[in-house]
Design a protein around this ligand. Sequence first.
Ligand code: B4P
Length: 191
Amino acid sequence: MVNFLIFGPPGSGKGTQSVRLAEKFNLTHLSTGDMLRAEIASGTELGKKVSSIMSKGELVPDEVVVEMIANKVDSAKNTAGFLFDGFPRTVAQTVALEKMLNKRGMKIDTMLVLDVDHDELVKRLIARAEVSGRADDKDPAVIENRIDVYKEKTEPIIDYCRNKGIYKPVNGVGSIDDIFDRLSVIVEEVL
Ligand code: B4P
């Protein structure tokens, strides 16, 4: 199995591109954001716990997402590999993911990083708020906080992965089709 991280700031298009990549390459798409929103929508205990954290644009605790992901990895069937979307978001989550994959005879093979400038991110998230109804997209101050949290807690993962030789940056500005083509070229090389 070949495992990919899709990485980038909030609104960089991770979710948008993951759905297409998973379909084209028979990868299992695991989005921690989608999983957490599903918990909130179902009103579970976990959903109640994370709802206020997410609406402020903060990160939910590492152990919560690590456990969710391990369960999904263990239940996946007939897959060419995993596409981790929005996970890991801290260096601690990255180390936990590596350990979890190593235990199962796998590793992180490639980190796809979408590069998008600040103004474009804000424009996309404000546009998405119109349709998503997401609490974390509505308020410009929360969007700025999400970008700050990304810079402080998530971006250091890039250096961690660059040192392992798995970092692949991609221009994330342009049409969704063009960006998909740029990502597909890299995935094809790795698979
Ligand atoms: P996520 O669900 O991961 O969401 P995201 O970062 O907002 O979005 P993404 O980059 O996937 O953007 P999308 O493709 O939708 O996280 C939400 C929250 O969950 C976090 O803030 C945190 O609280 C919590 N969380 C999740 N994972 C966690 C973890 N591991 N640890 C702790 N907390 C965690 O694109 C955005 C918009 O842009 C869309 O409207 C799309 O249509 C548009 N778009 C995409 N590509 C475009 C393009 N090329 N041109 C124009 N528009 C484009």
